[in-house]
Design a protein around this ligand. Structure first.
Ligand SMILES: *Cc1c(COP(=O)(O)O)cnc(C)c1O
Length: 381
């Protein structure tokens, strides 16, 4: 089986994890800050806070943006459910902005039109969460400009996109957003087993997320409301959670970060090999705009609608681990329960009916790519 995604673990990664296992700290030790520093420096962001997974990073970001009962988060319908669920965790409502049919990312035109209508209706979102689908950044300058115009906060779900670039900046620089969130699940660009991170240039957000990650507790005298009466003393300032990452995970993540450019370069080579071979076939694929360098978490093609299920089954049968990203979130039964229905986000719905994700991971060989392409060509013949 050629899987759709797979981690690439080196002997150095294993040695880094082993070193933590032989050290004094399995959690709350020095490996966490090392991982945070490596990601913040790589992305060009001022602060990074590591947490136990990407979903936790989204949840704490929603808390830090002040989302709660009565407020609203908008995201893309073409995403993993976590991008929407994070708002529900804090009691906020969710709505969606349809995608662009070429980039599969949130459409800036649809966002602009929806913001204008929302302002007139007096129901602007507190925050918008664009998702860098497949590793290709959304048009962040345009989204940032709209956000300033309507006084909306921006939370980038960059789970697919660490290692990608938008113009001269790395994804995660947060030049046009309040924060960005990464996931380090094994299918993503770099892995810590499970893991997530919030990156931001806002000191207050970073400090708040840091406290929320560990029960809302602080040992920082500056932040205390009472008097710091001794070394044992701490204060719980907010209702936080235990969303800590372990040092075992952080050591793996830091070791993986030393190879991130190698991973993303190889992902781009594989994507280029796919694109060169697909030119003659009746398929489309994700368009990466000028000025965007994709991290290529996913390589997605669109087939004629009636062929998708047949091609999916044929490739699976041939041992090719194809997948579909994503079933539109608003069509999940949980969200239908809030009144969403078929027809509300037609571009995301039409895209979903035709989408097929081909295998792509950095340890994939050119021969593996050619095996996938041959199986695809024969399924389409
Ligand atoms: C993977 C992913 C998440 C969640 O990350 P976890 O680390 O699995 O919790 C959120 N959003 C998107 C778009 C993802 O792909």
């Amino acid at each position: 089986m050629i899987p759709y995604g797979h981690q690439w673990i080196s002997e150095d990664d294993i040695a880094a994890v082993e070193a933590v296992l032989r050290s004094d700290f399995l959690t709350q030790g020095p490996a966490i800050e090392r991982f945070e520093t490596s990601v913040a420096e790589y992305c060009g962001a001022a602060y990074a806070v590591a947490v136990c997974n990407g979903t936790a990073a989204l949840h704490l970001s929603c808390l830090a943006l002040g989302l709660g009962a009565g407020s609203l988060l908008w995201t893309s319908p073409n995403t993993f459910v976590a991008s929407a669920n994070c708002a529900r965790y804090v009691g906020a409502d969710v709505n969606f902005v349809d995608i662009d049919p070429d980039t599969y990312n949130m459409s800036v035109d649809a966002l602009a039109a929806k913001l204008e209508r929302a302002e007139r209706a007096g129901r602007l979102p507190t925050a918008v969460a664009p998702v860098h689908f497949g590793g290709a950044s959304c048009d962040m300058a345009a989204i940032g400009e709209l956000a300033r115009k309507y006084n909306v906060r921006v939370l980038e779900d960059a789970s697919h996109a660490i290692g990608g670039r938008y113009g001269d900046a790395r994804v995660g620089s947060c030049e046009h957003s309040d924060m960005a969130v990464f996931s380090f699940h094994p299918v993503k660009i770099v892995t810590s087993g499970e893991g997530g991170m919030v990156v931001t240039n806002n000191a207050e957000i970073a400090s708040y997320v840091r406290d929320l990650r560990t029960h809302g507790i602080t040992r920082d005298t500056e932040k205390m409301r009472g008097v710091n009466v001794g070394g044992w003393y701490y204060e719980q300032l907010y209702l936080g959670l235990n969303y800590r990452m372990t040092d075992i995970q952080a050591a793996l993540g830091t070791s993986q970060m030393t190879r991130i450019d190698e991973f993303v370069t190889r992902r781009n080579e594989i994507a280029a090999r796919y694109i060169a071979a697909l030119d003659g076939l009746p398929v489309r694929w994700q368009q990466v705009p000028e000025g965007v360098y994709s991290a290529y978490h996913l390589f997605v093609i669109e087939l004629e609608q009636h062929r998708r299920a047949v091609v999916y089954d044929a490739l699976r049968e041939a041992g090719i681990g194809v997948n579909v990203h994503y079933i539109p979130v608003h069509l999940q039964p949980y969200y239908i329960g809030f009144g969403f229905s078929l027809g509300m986000f037609p571009n995301a719905e039409a895209y979903y009916e035709r989408a097929l994700t081909l295998p792509l991971y950095p340890a994939m060989t050119d021969a593996d790519v050619d095996t996938v392409l041959a199986a695809l060509a024969s399924a389409l013949a």
